[in-house]
Design a binder for this molecule. Structure first.
Ligand code: ADP
Length: 260
């Protein structure tokens, strides 16, 4: 299916240029291009860790007398690269399941409880390097799928931690804006400059490849978030300032809201 551009709110947004560009490419060309790029990207992402693992394994076979310290170091790197491939394959499977679009299993989601779970997970990820605060909890519940929302919101939280240097703050909020439910993750991190924002939910799009990889990113997190939010008819709104921080907010439509 054709990729739909999620309505990402931009600060600021040069809409004229984007419209002109997209008219030049037919929908089919675009789907084919996205598909080709995707295969190339997956191959590339797998090649690097495979080369590392294969390379070290060969060295170990060729040098049975290798120093113990070096051997342990290399084994650590091999495990790290294997975990990276594991994360990539897990994310690919998640995306593929979402794209195959089984109907959303709806249930009542206790968002305040989910936020407490996300906060605990954030504390585990941060390991005391950030201050993690729950800024607001509206007395409202949501109709949606708990596990999918946990995964989407969890991705926003782990990004906030990964792109915020130690000493920074992460704020979670569940609030009503003009009567509509919004889940937001705010961080005081590195931020994103405006020209990158429209592309963040593309598969494998990263502002800084090195930084994403170094912190364990697969480049698929926000693509997964986008899909899950679309399945909930929700939008991802991004506000960010380079060097100051970001807010990634999921805005849900009224029909998903249950007020106490
Ligand atoms: P990754 O695994 O690279 O983090 P994502 O799809 O989750 O992949 O995010 C895509 C890119 O968006 C990231 O590589 C990063 O450049 C940018 N990004 C996402 N969240 C944040 C954030 N909270 N602050 C700054 N940049 C972010």
């Amino acid at each position: 299916p054709a990729e739909q551009v999620l309505s990402v709110q931009l600060v600021p947004f040069d809409s004229t240029r984007k419209l002109l560009l997209s008219r030049d490419i037919t929908q089919l060309d675009r789907v084919q291009m996205v598909h080709r790029d995707f295969i190339a990207n997956v191959s590339h992402e797998l090649r690097t860790p495979l080369t590392v693992v294969g390379g070290f394994a060969e060295t170990m076979m060729d040098m049975p007398e290798m120093e113990e310290k070096t051997r342990v170091q290399q084994l650590h790197l091999m495990v790290e690269q294997t975990q990276r491939m594991q994360r990539l394959v897990d994310d690919l499977l998640t995306l593929s399941r979402l794209e195959n679009g089984q109907q959303l299993k709806e249930e009542e989601v206790d968002v305040p409880q989910l936020i407490r779970l996300l906060q605990a997970e954030a504390e585990g990820l941060s390991q005391g390097r950030h201050q993690i605060a729950v800024e607001e909890i509206a007395p409202a519940r949501l109709i949606g799928n708990h596990d999918e929302l946990h995964s989407a919101l969890g991705n926003l939280v782990s990004n906030a931690i990964r792109y915020t240097p130690a000493g920074g703050t992460i704020g979670l909020s569940w609030r009503l804006e003009q009567g509509l439910p919004v889940f937001a993750v705010r961080d005081s991190g590195i931020g994103v400059s405006p020209e990158h924002i429209p592309r963040l939910t593309e598969r494998f799009y990263r502002v800084d490849r090195g930084r994403s990889r170094a912190t364990g990113g697969t480049g698929l997190g926000l693509a997964i978030v986008k899909h899950i939010l679309q399945r909930h008819q929700a939008q991802l709104a991004v506000k960010s300032r380079l060097g100051e921080g970001s807010e990634f907010a999921a805005r849900f439509p009224e029909h998903r809201l249950l007020v106490d």
